[in-house]
Design a protein around this ligand. Structure first.
Ligand code: ATP
Ligand code: MG
Length: 317
């Protein structure tokens, strides 16, 4: 892909938000948000439904007026100059609307026109984007006839047609199959190599693991912000993984144990949080030593980001 020409000054953060707030009548969607995203990083915004991710992204893109606070993107005050920031950013909303009755090529042209991309730039950019997303053979296909994964790739290409330097993606791969998700991330890594800053909101913890830094959001606030590895060390206590059946009975037995702080189901496994794995493992094994339960394994595991998130959100509640 062409090297983009709007790089952010060395050392300056790509995004800075201070005390950012948004209320809708009595609902406070974003409640004094503090955020700093470095130029060239992949920054994840992770949080449950209603955490305020979309509202935050929309304010940072200059689409939604905040109720208070400050926000700067690519060195521009978004609140005072929302229009000035738009040529520098790309925003892929949670429900990106492609024009189903336009072809892949026509959709790209439509977005190029909105962003006033010159014809020469557009043709070059279109080719690069279609090649990078392996969509060139589908240039003449109607968007409504694309698979879910391809629709998302086209939406991303439309968001990139004007070569933005900061890219905001709101749950870009929700509902997309794992293979297409991997493809999609490959494109994102290419962009980052070119110096684009990425902000991605996601409900998927494996996607959060791909980010350089992650902000854990709940109730309109950032609870913690750090690298995935550092976040893992913030979790208090240890994580034990239990493989035992019948799961419901096992869950009840574990939940009743004083040593167990939290029980989460991950498919056929249970993750339980204890203060000290070395000390508490015996008590857990003893509690499951009943005739109706078959234990396959009990082992200490490195907490996943999901474990960390659940642990932190439940402490905050
Ligand atoms: N236009 C609006 N009018 C009223 N309330 C709103 C509006 N937009 C968002 N909210 C409320 O603000 C809160 C935060 O919503 P937001 O969409 O930002 O969360 P989110 O983290 O993106 O959630 P999701 O994972 O469901 O997309 C929610 O309680 C939501 O109902
Ligand atoms: Mg949302």
């Amino acid at each position: 892909m062409a090297t983009h020409d709007r790089t952010i000054q060395d050392g300056a953060p790509a995004i800075r938000a201070r005390g950012l707030r948004k209320s809708f009548d009595e609902i406070t969607a974003v409640d004094g948000l503090e955020l700093e995203v470095r130029a060239g990083e992949i920054f994840g915004l992770v949080g449950p439904d209603g955490a305020g991710k979309t509202t935050t992204l929309r304010m940072l893109c200059g689409i939604l007026d905040p109720s208070g606070g400050e926000a700067e993107v690519a060195g521009i005050d978004v609140i005072r100059h929302p229009e000035a920031v738009k040529p520098l950013i790309g925003y892929m909303p949670q429900r990106f609307s492609l024009y189903g009755d336009l072809t892949v090529g026509e959709n790209l042209r439509f977005f190029a026109n909105i962003y006033r991309v010159s014809k020469a730039d557009r043709l070059a950019r279109e080719q690069t984007l279609l090649d990078a997303s392996r969509m060139a053979p589908f240039r003449d296909r109607l968007a409504q006839h694309l698979s879910g994964g391809m629709k998302q790739k086209l939406a991303l290409a439309c968001t990139l047609i004007h070569t933005p330097s900061v890219l905001f993606l709101d749950e870009p791969t929700t509902g997309v199959d794992p293979v297409s998700r991997r493809d999609f991330w490959k494109i994102l890594y290419t962009l980052v190599k070119e110096g684009v800053t990425l902000v991605v909101s996601t409900p998927y913890m494996d996607e959060a693991e791909r980010c350089n830094r992650v902000a854990l959001m709940a109730k309109g606030r950032v609870l913690l912000c750090d690298t995935p590895d550092a976040l893992r060390t913030r979790m208090r206590g240890d994580m034990l993984e239990i493989l035992a059946e019948p799961q419901r009975r096992v869950r009840d037995l574990l939940a009743a144990l004083p040593a167990v702080q939290n029980v989460q189901v991950f498919g056929d496994r249970l993750h339980i949080r204890v203060a000290d794995a070395a000390r508490d493992e015996a008590a857990v094994a003893a509690a499951l030593h009943v005739p109706e339960v078959t234990v396959t394994s009990i082992r200490r595991v490195v907490p996943s980001l999901e474990d960390v998130f659940i642990s932190i959100v439940s402490e905050d509640a």
